[in-house]
Write a new protein. Structure first.
Ligand code: PEP
Ligand code: MN
Length: 351
């Protein structure tokens, strides 16, 4: 387990917690924090090693100086993405100069675009998203599918369409990379954010390769992975030397629910307290239903998400993938984005 103490927790109080843990026979390793964090702003973090149970975690959490207990076991070194006081944001270059900043105290970032890049509708869909207030365009050229017999994307032609649209629209683009063999292709087209998808959440070879680049990486939680597993995998990307990590939740396979996936919205609240990197919620793939997007997006924004991913398409009946969940009205999208931004600011009061 990992323990975060409140800023300003006294050495004496922290010592009582450590003695209690050592009394159970566990090893406590104080985490030194990052160079550059000022002592007043730094959150003291301890790693605890041993056969920790829920009962131990609850007891530790009941000390007044303890802010959060994170149930991550077996991590051999410090988790780079654990919050120690700093609010790291990730900067994404804009095609015309300047950057989009996500995380920390920056406004909500909306990443909107087609699920799968197509030749005819990607540009108008991405222009529509921009007019409605989106900051970044999303579009898949390589599509992971539930059935291998379904359309798997336009591949390199799709990247070409996506990046030509980027130049015309003027917003950065995010696209999913499925395979280590495609890294050079994504570099050639200079895709601004590399997305690793839910089906690749534990494809460690891929995580190593995206981690070796300095590109922002949006890591999606695996739909059957625990938060602990996902945090370790995301941390592994950072350990390769890439600090530009964005952690994305997108719902999980649940035990019976009304939407496409079982929402994992409450994890936003927990992650915002524990990790130091921007958190995005994919409201289209979690709900899988156009009618769910506005309000669930609002819940995510109010809950502390730094960004939202949303599928849009100007002609959903012609969408190659997931047209049923795409927003097709510019006015509706504008209304959602406005409301989401306000809800994110309101949510900041709910600490
Ligand atoms: C996507 O974003 O297009 C996608 C396929 O998402 P996920 O990996 O979350 O299913
Ligand atoms: Mn999709």
């Amino acid at each position: 387990m990992i323990i975060q103490y409140y800023v300003g927790a006294s050495d004496g109080d922290i010592d009582v917690v450590r003695k209690t843990i050592k009394g159970w026979g566990f090893r406590v390793q104080p985490n030194p924090g990052e160079a550059g964090d000022s002592p007043e702003a730094r959150i003291q973090v301890d790693n605890v090693f041993g056969a920790v149970t829920d009962t131990h975690r609850r007891e530790v959490a009941s000390f007044d100086c303890v802010k959060t207990v994170i149930p991550i076991e077996g991590v051999p070194q410090n988790l780079s993405l654990i919050r120690r006081g700093a609010h790291h944001s990730v900067e994404i270059p804009m095609p015309g100069g300047g950057t989009v900043k996500i995380g920390g105290n920056n406004p909500l970032v909306v990443m909107a675009g087609v699920c799968a890049v197509d030749a005819d509708y990607t540009l108008p869909s991405h222009q529509m998203a921009k007019r409605a207030g989106a900051d970044i365009n999303r579009g898949g050229a390589f599509k992971p599918r539930t059935s291998p017999y379904d359309f798997q994307g336009l591949k390199e032609d799709g990247l070409k369409v996506l990046c030509e649209a980027r130049d015309a629209v003027g917003l950065p683009v995010i696209s999913e990379i499925l395979d280590v063999r495609d890294i050079d292709l994504f570099m050639k087209y200079d895709v601004d954010i590399l997305q690793t998808g839910t089906r690749n959440a534990q494809n460690f070879e891929l995580l190593i390769e995206v981690g070796k680049t300095q590109k922002p990486v949006l890591y999606k939680r695996g739909f059957s992975n625990s938060i602990e597993e996902s945090l370790k995998a995301a941390n592994y990307i950072m350990e390769q030397g890439n600090e530009n990590l964005i952690f994305c939740l997108r719902g999980v396979k649940g035990i019976g629910h009304s939407f496409r996936n079982q929402g994992d919205l409450d994890e936003i609240v927990s992650l915002a307290q524990t990790i130091d990197r921007p958190i995005v919620y994919d409201v289209s793939h979690s709900t899988g239903r156009k009618s769910g997007v506005a309000r669930v997006g609002g819940m995510a924004a109010a809950g502390g998400a730094d960004g939202l991913l949303v599928d849009v398409h100007v002609s959903p009946q012609h969408a190659l993938v997931d047209g049923f969940q795409a927003i097709d009205s510019e006015d509706e999208l504008r209304g959602m984005i406005d409301a989401w931004r306000q809800l994110r600011e309101l949510g900041r009061r709910l600490h």
